[in-house]
Design a protein around this ligand. Structure first.
Ligand code: NAP
Length: 489
């Protein structure tokens, strides 16, 4: 059995608490590892170590920092299968999706490494003679990162890789349900040559260890991915001390199925969007807004396909849907199916906790129909294999329903009509809109993030990847040899 200490200054160090917690396989309830819980003093040691490493790392030229990332990507590639297997054991998603999680980490590592030669500023003209103007990007300093469990390697990599290439150092707390894949990623970075102290890892509950990161006065910025509830609290705490904070929060993502849609393709998209990763994606399709003219045909096909889905251990090739992450998530999903029924929605299939020959946390793929857009199951993020079907009579109503949520991450429309597609692109309040595809499946060279309650304006990956982790400085170079005054001379 593995026991992990904290990673401080490149060394696995004992925490100053005597507390530990277990990392459990959600399909089998087998224990995978034990981890030491950090105290706020340990977080402080981690922050000091990150600042000690900052000067040398931030003064290393970005293309040289990128070399570490290029090498790390090669190692991740070599170990992809082994890491994907561990990821399925730790988080539960089916092995093909676990490979995708590792591949996304490889992709962002390579993409961020490329940024090492693309950290462009701007040059521009001056309103005065003999004066040169430009901008440069500077690292922020020590960044606190707090991540969720649903993408155990991809999400930490989306944050860490751009932050490192930009010259920052990091104190990171992975989700308590899935710390192993973050540890593996950081081990690979160290093997690739990352100097000690550039990344420090602390473990333990968000309420104590995460809070110590949020409140540490020497952490200059927080990069957080998780729930709206936690995100609001972190933002309010950071607001009190004007700490920079970037947020990637929840979603209640709609798929619109228009009357001219290719129904089979829409069914494929909903199955993948609603039940892929057992519905535990921030971009999961949890609402399907279906045109009344195709409702019957669509629902019949969706129901038939859903009933064929096989639940089980994600390591088995025949498994379509793995477990949910933990008992409290299982309870929450079950509670929402009761809420849905009490609100008057019709349960078409699913709604039960199951044990497909395993001890773990399994919930049947669940469909509600005749859902009213204001019901709680259509408004609140359930984060499980539950989808709500809402019927509409036209495009404008579909868009209105799509926008009737506090979130705004991903969205999709199935239609053959180009006008409907562009109207949806223009009018849906979301960071992502797919046409004739599901709500899930981001690519790392495009910006990722959402509007309204999903975030605070930042985007991860894409051309914005490095922006999250840099500050812009405007530089004025006056070579006139005299005092020139902008706006006055
Ligand atoms: P969560 O409960 O908010 O936890 C996320 C992280 O925050 C975990 O590491 C957690 O630690 C920590 N945390 C909890 N309370 C904290 C506090 N008071 N102070 C500091 N840190 C704290 O979310 P989750 O259940 O892990 O993840 C699911 C959520 O993430 C969903 O809402 C999903 O939509 C969202 N998500 C968003 C994106 C995106 O990019 N927009 C991507 C993936 C997931 P513990 O693990 O110890 O509790």
């Amino acid at each position: 059995m593995l026991e992990y200490k904290l990673l401080i200054n490149g060394t696995w160090a004992d925490s100053s608490t005597n507390d530990t917690f277990d990392d459990i396989n959600p399909a089998t309830l087998e224990k995978l590892a034990t981890l030491q819980v950090a105290s706020s003093d340990d977080v402080d040691r981690a922050v000091k170590s990150a600042w000690d490493a900052f000067t040398t790392w931030s003064e290393t030229p970005p293309p040289k920092r990128a070399q570490v990332l290029f090498k790390a990507a090669r190692i991740l590639e070599e170990r992809k299968e082994e890491l994907a297997t561990l990821l399925t054991q730790e988080m539960g998603k089916v092995i093909s999706e676990a490979r995708g999680d590792i591949q996304e980490a490889i992709d962002i590592t390579l993409y961020a490494a490329g940024e090492g030669r693309r950290m462009f500023g701007e040059t521009t003209t001056s309103e005065l003679k003999n004066k040169f103007c430009m901008t440069i990007l500077r690292p922020i300093g020590v960044i606190g990162m707090i991540t969720p469990w649903n993408f155990p390697m991809a999400i930490p990599a989306w944050k860490v890789m751009p932050a490192l290439v930009a010259g920052n150092t990091v104190v990171m707390k992975p989700a308590s349900d899935t710390p192993l894949l973050t540890i593996k990623m950081v081990e690979v970075l160290m093997e690739a040559g990352l100097p000690p102290g550039v990344i420090n890892l602390v473990f333990g509950p968000g309420g104590t260890v995460g809070s110590a990161i949020v409140h540490h006065p020497d952490i200059r910025a927080i990069s957080f991915t998780g729930s709206l509830e936690t995100g609001k609290w972190i933002m309010s705490e950071c607001g009190k001390v004007m700490k920079r904070v970037s947020m990637e929060l929840g979603g209640k993502n709609p798929i619109i199925v228009m009357d001219d849609a290719d129904i089979d393709s829409a069914v494929d998209g909903v199955i993948w969007g609603a039940f892929g990763t057992t519905g535990q994606r921030c971009t999961a399709a949890s609402r399907v807004i279906v045109h009344e003219k195709v409702k019957a045909a669509f629902t019949d096909k969706l129901l038939a396909r859903t009933r064929t889905l096989k639940l089980g251990d994600g390591l088995l090739p025949e498994t379509d849907v793995g477990p949910v992450i933990n008992l409290s998530q299982l309870d929450k999903i079950e509670k929402y199916t009761r809420i849905g029924q009490d609100e008057g929605a019709v349960l078409l299939t699913g709604g039960n906790v199951v044990k497909p020959g395993l001890a773990g946390y399994f919930f049947e793929p669940t469909i509600f129909t005749d859902v009213d857009q204001d019901m709680r199951i259509a408004q609140e993020e359930i984060f499980g294999p539950v989808v709500a079907l809402i019927t509409v009579s036209g495009l404008e109503e579909a868009i209105e329903v799509a926008n009737n949520t506090v979130y705004g991450l991903s969205s999709s429309i199935y239609t053959k009509d180009i006008t409907s597609a562009f109207r949806a692109i223009e009018k849906i309040d979301a960071g992502i809109t797919y046409i004739n595809s599901s709500t899930i499946g981001a690519e790392v060279h495009l910006p990722f993030g959402g509007v309204k309650g999903t975030g605070n304006g930042f985007r991860e990956a894409g051309t914005d990847a490095v922006k999250e982790f840099t500050e812009v400085k405007a530089v004025y170079f006056d070579y006139s040899g005299k005092l020139q005054k902008a706006q006055i001379d």
